[in-house]
Ligand binder design. Sequence first.
Ligand code: AMP
Ligand code: MN
Ligand code: MN
Ligand code: MN
Length: 330
Amino acid sequence: MAPAGNCTAPYNEAVNAQLNDAHLADPANPTLLEAANEAGMPGLAVNLNADLHCHSTVSDGTLSPATLAARAAGNGVELWALTDHDEVGGLAEARDAASSHGMAWLAGTEVSVSFAGETVHIVGLGFDIDHPDLIAGLAHTRSGRERRARDMAQDLEDKVGIKGTFEGALKYVGNPDLISRTHFARYLVEVGACNDTNEVFRRFLTTGKPGFVPHRWAGLGETVKWIRAAGGMAVIAHPGRYKFGPNAEYALFSEFKQHGGAGVEVVTGSHTQADYVKYAAMAIEFGLCASRGSDFHSPGESRIDLGRLSDLPRGLTPVWQALSSRIVAA
Ligand code: AMP
Ligand code: MN
Ligand code: MN
Ligand code: MN
């Protein structure tokens, strides 16, 4: 299947503005997505309420795919993607639930990648959920997680004196293939080692801290390749979170682009306003489409709820324009 997406075509600002004005002036007007489709637009409205990044119990979220779909729809999301870490196991439930709420949907996942000695996350959108290359690549990516978790538990016992964290973390795991640092964080809060999960990451689970175990994930090029082979678009997740200097960041964007990556998250729950401006400029510089997603994990933990995000800055091509043929309509 041909990879989706052409991010060099600018969106049609005049048509988008008309659609938005009509919808805001008269709520009985069709949603932006319906109006855009009815108008036969090559793309979709730029300030659609799209939320293309969140997590369910199939990875490290605390809500099921169907509960997330209901919450997204209730918050006014018009186009939604569930992006569990290294997994597509929740997508059939997510697609059906989106349809029952009249919400347009895209397939999604968030793949863990090693680049320049750091972990980088690549979101895949709009792919064929049964594609064998992607299924095999994700299975391989998940396969090292249990060993890593056992090593983390051993380190927490030897260096910090907290026993039983592997079994403790497992109590929070919804998918035995997908034990993550977040599950350890929830258990360490439960036993009173820290007040909240952010403190656990700061004190124990990030680079150089006593429960941090370096891990080798898939490579950037191979990950982009699986996503494209499955007909999807690869998107750099929350670039503002990585600890790269300007040279390594430039290398990430240029290598990603050379491998056929086509998008970058500009508006995400973990970006500041300054990050929106910086990564909007990077999207234009590298000819990448712009994405928008909350990275919602849990009502008690996540700062930004589903769909409660700023619009994309003007002048960018949203990923949903390039992916319009891959959207499952409401
Ligand atoms: P893992 O894939 O096991 O390395 O876990 C990564 C996940 O940990 C991320 O997707 C976040 O959900 C969570 N995480 C990473 N850093 C932090 C942090 N500083 N505070 C809270 N959660 C974090
Ligand atoms: Mn996560
Ligand atoms: Mn991430
Ligand atoms: Mn995420």
